[in-house]
Design a protein around this ligand. Sequence first.
Ligand SMILES: Cc1cc2nc3c(=O)[nH]c(=O)nc-3n(C[C@H](O)[C@H](O)[C@H](O)COP(=O)(O)OP(=O)(O)OC[C@H]3O[C@@H](n4cnc5c(N)ncnc54)[C@H](O)[C@@H]3O)c2cc1C
Ligand code: FES
Length: 262
Amino acid sequence: MVIEDGIVRSNSALARGIYRMDLDAPEISASAKPGQFVNILISSDTNPLLRRPMSVASCTDGCIALIYKVIGTGTMAMREWQTGDTVSLLGPLGNGWEMPSKKLPILAGGGVGIAPINYLHEELERQGVKHLLIMGARQADEHFLSHAPDKNIILTTDDGSTGIKGTVVDGLTQLCEQSTYEDAVIYGCGPSAMLTALMSYTNERQLPCQLATEEIMACGIGLCQGCAVEVKTHMAISDRSYRKRIKLACLDGPVFWAHELV
Ligand SMILES: Cc1cc2nc3c(=O)[nH]c(=O)nc-3n(C[C@H](O)[C@H](O)[C@H](O)COP(=O)(O)OP(=O)(O)OC[C@H]3O[C@@H](n4cnc5c(N)ncnc54)[C@H](O)[C@@H]3O)c2cc1C
Ligand code: FES
């Protein structure tokens, strides 16, 4: 983990409300794995005080990409950054996805969760690993990929304006009804309602599933305890200390196996 001054290469809209920023950051890009994130200093004064966590969405040739949704003070400021601007990045942070061995990876991303899924998708393409990608959004104009089932890319929209009508989990259900994916491993990232639905779906079917949680974070390095995630423990009640029940999304995650999470 390093603090590196990234230099903005480009920063523009990808889809409605969603932006992509490419930054020259040779040190971070040399070691960032899919599923890891950077913590970004928004302003050199104290407003906003805390860095903002963003997943690495792509990583090539000394450059990392971020894909971000504008929701508040920090992301509004990021949208204004111009080519050549310097940005303080802390990273790479977190554990990253556990890469598949022999199973078929099915990647499911929705909302702000598309970034870590995108990097995993690119890495699997680079390694020539066959996989399926399901991306969900509310409407067609929030997507930046095209629905292409023949290329194993499936889009879903809440209003049916492109791809399958429904959520990412509806898309996954349809896929699993059409074929048997007993050997699949699911990778999911998105809003908490989507993660909860994916967790129930995969736990019920005993499908292995890794979820990247996007808990609200502060320090990003295990100091503030602000990103606590409760995990299942099979110990006697008397042994269930805080340390055994609680993991930190920034250090132990953000990726967890779904069956571990409460
Ligand atoms: C490990 C990690 C990776 C992330 N990766 C990405 C990414 O790749 N792309 C992306 O767009 N976003 C990502 N996020 C979420 C992103 O960090 C927040 O959207 C961002 O910090 C909001 O900052 P802001 O100043 O614009 O909003 P604020 O003004 O801080 O908040 C606006 C509103 O959003 C809520 N909010 C803030 N952060 C979160 C959060 N993490 N989850 C849910 N609600 C939140 C606040 O409570 C408030 O209601 C990630 C979060 C984590 C923890
Ligand atoms: S964000 Fe501070 S401990 Fe995780």
